[in-house]
Ligand binder design. Structure first.
Ligand SMILES: Nc1ncnc2c1ncn2[C@@H]1O[C@H](COP(=O)(O)OP(=O)(O)OP(=O)(O)O)[C@@H](O)[C@H]1O
Ligand SMILES: [Mg+2]
Length: 563
C-alpha cells in the first residue's frame, strides 16, 4: 500500500489556486494585469454579483494564437520569462505562469482570443481546469476571459465570500489602483450592467486622479517629483487640509505595479505625521521607478508585496520627496487668515536628508515672516517640563522643546555660516583624544565640516587626535564627551557622505535645551516665536517631528459641543 501518492493535476491546480485566487477581486487583478501586459489600450471589466457570479475582462491587446491559447491555460506556462536570469529583472506584471490556470481551476471559464495576424479567434471553454470545448469564432483582436461561478468546486472558499457590495468594492479598489498605475489605458467597470467605474484614457496621472477621485481633489494635490540614487518618486500628494478617514487613498506603485509595502506606507505616514491629526490620512499616489533588478517581485503568489535591494533608500526618498512638496509656499493651511507662504525664499529645503545645499544661496536668506507669527498662537505653558503647549482658535499644539530649539539653532547657525565660519572657542588645555583607528578615520572624513562649525583638530596620522577648539555654542560641554557623541552619531550607517548639514544637525542637537528642563513663560514664548520664523517648523534637522496637534473641531465633537 502506498501512503504517499502524487496528486492529480486538477487537485494540484486547485491547491495552487488557493494561493492566487482569494476572492473575485483577485481574478479581476490577474486578468487586468494580463491585459496590461498584452499592451491593451482599453480594458473592460464586467461583473455580476460583485464578481461572484461573473467576472469578465475584455482587452484589445495583442491576443494569443490558436497554438498559444491552450498552453496559456496550463500551469507554469508563461511568455514572460524565458531564462533563469529573467527572474532577476522582471518588467511585466505577470511572470509566474500561474494565474490563468489557477482561475480556470476554480471556475467555469471561457477564454476567447485572437492574435493580430490571425483571421479568426479561438474559444476554449470548460470548468474546474478542464477544457471541454474548443471552437473557432469570429472575434476582435484581443482577449476576453469569462469566469463564471468562481469557487463552485471549492465550497470552503465560497463560504468565505463577503457581501456582494464588499466584493465589488474590493474589485473596484484593484482596478482603480491599476488604473492609477497606467493612466494612458482606458478602464471601465460595470456590475450587473451598471457603470461602476469609468476612466477614459488620460494624458497624465493627475487627469486620471481627477477622473477617479474628483476634479476638485485633483486640483488641490501637490506635485511630487524627485530623482536620486537611481530611484524616481513621482506623483501627487494632498496638502494637509485635504484628508480622508482611512488609508485607502494612499496608493504606492513600484515599476507600474501597485504594491502593499508596510514600510513604504509608514514612510508616507511619517512624512505627514506632524501635519495631520491622528485619525486623518492623506491622499497620495506615488509611482516609484527604479531598475527592475533593484526590486524583487517574486516574494508572494499574489505579487502585491515586493522586496527592495535597498529598502532604506526607497523609504527615505519617499519621505524627502513628500517633505519637499509639503514645504512649498502656501501649502500649510492658515488658521482663519489669508493663504500664507512659507517664510522663506527657498523651495529647496532638503535639510534632513543630508543633501548638500551647494549653489543654493537662497537657502541662507533670512526669513522675513511677520505673517507667520500666529502659526502656533498663544503659549499656555509647559507639560512634564518637556512639551510646550500653545493654542490657536482651531488647534492645540504640543511642541517638543528640545526639538524646537534644535530646529531654531540649526537654521540660525546655517545663516551665520553663510557669512563665514562659526565662532570658535579655543580650549585652554588642548584635549588629546585616544580613539580607535575606526573612530579616527571617521573623524578625519568629517574633519572639514566639523572645522567649519568651529572644531579644530590636529595630529591625524598619529595614534591620537588633538582637539584644540570647539564651537562657541558647545563650550559648556565636556570636550571628550562631545567628540564621543559626534563619533557615535556620525557613524550611523545611514549617514554615508559627510555633509555640513549633517554635522550641523549634531551640533544643534548638542546645543539645544534638553527635555525635563523647566522653562519660564518668556523663554517658551521666545522659542516658539523663533520657531515660527524657521523655514521648516514641523521637523527637526534629523527629520523628527516637532509638533503634535489636536484640532478643536475634534475636541468639540468628542465633547458633543454643538458650536
Ligand atoms: N489578456 C491576454 N492577452 C494576451 N496574452 C495573454 C493574456 N492573458 C494571458 N496571456 C498569455 O498567457 C500566459 C499565461 O498567463 P498567466 O496569467 O497564467 O501567467 P503570467 O501572466 O505569465 O504570469 P502570472 O501567473 O504571474 O500572472 C501569459 O504569459 C501570456 O503569454
Ligand atoms: Mg498573468
Amino acid at each position: 500500500m502506498t501512503r504517499i501518492r502524487r496528486l492529480p493535476d486538477t487537485l494540484v491546480n486547485k491547491i495552487a489556486a488557493g494561493e492566487v485566487v482569494e476572492r473575485p477581486a483577485s481574478a479581476v487583478k490577474e486578468l487586468v494585469e494580463n491585459a496590461l501586459d498584452a499592451g491593451a489600450r482599453v480594458v473592460a471589466v464586467d461583473l455580476r454579483d460583485g464578481g461572484g457570479a461573473l467576472v469578465r475582462v475584455a482587452d484589445d491587446g495583442y491576443g494569443m494564437t490558436a497554438e498559444e491559447l491552450p498552453v496559456a491555460l496550463e500551469r507554469h506556462a508563461t511568455s514572460k520569462l524565458a531564462h533563469d536570469e529573467d527572474l532577476d529583472a522582471i518588467a511585466t506584471l505577470g511572470f509566474r505562469g500561474e494565474a490563468l490556470a489557477a482561475i480556470c481551476a476554480v471556475s467555469r471559464f471561457t477564454v476567447t482570443s485572437r492574435a493580430r495576424a490571425a483571421a479568426e479567434g479561438l474559444r476554449l471553454a470548460g470548468e474546474g481546469g478542464v477544457v471541454g470545448q474548443r471552437l473557432a469564432v469570429p472575434a476582435e483582436v484581443g482577449t476576453t476571459v469569462e469566469v463564471h461561478d468562481l469557487f463552485f468546486n471549492t465550497p470552503a472558499r465560497l463560504k468565505f465570500l463577503k457581501a456582494t457590495t464588499t466584493e465589488l468594492a474590493a474589485s473596484l479598489r484593484v482596478v482603480a489602483q491599476l488604473a492609477l498605475a497606467h493612466p494612458e489605458v482606458q478602464f471601465r467597470v460595470t456590475n450587473g450592467g451598471r457603470a461602476a467605474l469609468t476612466a477614459p484614457a488620460a494624458a497624465d496621472l493627475r487627469q486620471r486622479i481627477g477622473a477617479l477621485w474628483s476634479w476638485e481633489t485633483a486640483e488641490r494635490l501637490l506635485g511630487v517629483d524627485r530623482t536620486e540614487h537611481g530611484v524616481r518618486v513621482h506623483g501627487w500628494a494632498s496638502p494637509p487640509d485635504v484628508t480622508r478617514g482611512g488609508r485607502d487613498d494612499i496608493v504606492l506603485i513600484v515599476n507600474g505595479r501597485p504594491v502593499r509595502d508596510p514600510a513604504l506606507l509608514q514612510a508616507v505616514l511619517a512624512a505627514y505625521r506632524p501635519l495631520l491629526p491622528r485619525d486623518r490620512f492623506p491622499l497620495v499616489v506615488l509611482a516609484v521607478t527604479m531598475a527592475p533588478a533593484d526590486v524583487d517581485v517574486n516574494v508572494h503568489p499574489t505579487k502585491a508585496w515586493v522586496r527592495f535591494r535597498q529598502p532604506r533608500v526607497v523609504q527615505e526618498m519617499l519621505v524627502a520627496a513628500l517633505h519637499e512638496a509639503l514645504r512649498r509656499p502656501g501649502v500649510v493651511p492658515t488658521f482663519g487668515g489669508e493663504p500664507r507662504a512659507w517664510p522663506t525664499a527657498s523651495e529647496h529645503g532638503t535639510i534632513d536628508t543630508g543633501a548638500a545645499p551647494a549653489g543654493q544661496p537662497a537657502l541662507f536668506q533670512e526669513a522675513p515672516a511677520p505673517y507667520a507669527t500666529r502659526r502656533f498662537g498663544r503659549v499656555l505653558g509647559q507639560v512634564q517640563d518637556t512639551f510646550i503647549v500653545a493654542t490657536t482658535e482651531e488647534e492645540v499644539f504640543f511642541l517638543d522643546q528640545h526639538v524646537v530649539h534644535e530646529r531654531v539653532i540649526f537654521e540660525q547657525v546655517r545663516s551665520q555660516l553663510a557669512a563665514g565660519a562659526l565662532p570658535s572657542q579655543a580650549l585652554l588645555f588642548a584635549e588629546t583624544l585616544e580613539l580607535g583607528p575606526a573612530s579616527r578615520a571617521l573623524l578625519e572624513r568629517w574633519r572639514e565640516p566639523l572645522e567649519r562649525l568651529g572644531f579644530a583638530f590636529e595630529g591625524f596620522g598619529g595614534d591620537a587626535v588633538v582637539l584644540r577648539a570647539v564651537p562657541t555654542l558647545l563650550k559648556g560641554d565636556e570636550p571628550k564627551r562631545l567628540i564621543e557623541g559626534a563619533v557615535e552619531e556620525l557613524s550611523d550607517p545611514k549617514v554615508t557622505t559627510p555633509t555640513l548639514d549633517r554635522a550641523l544637525a549634531f551640533v544643534a542637537c548638542r546645543a539645544a535645551i534638553k527635555a525635563s528642563t523647566p522653562l519660564a513663560l518668556e523663554e517658551m514664548q521666545r522659542l516658539v516665536a523663533d520657531l515660527e520664523t524657521t523655514e521648516t517648523p514641523y521637523f527637526c534637522p534629523h527629520g523628527r517631528p516637532i509638533v503634535s496637534r489636536v484640532s478643536m473641531h475634534d475636541i468639540r465633537r468628542e465633547l458633543k459641543r454643538t458650536w
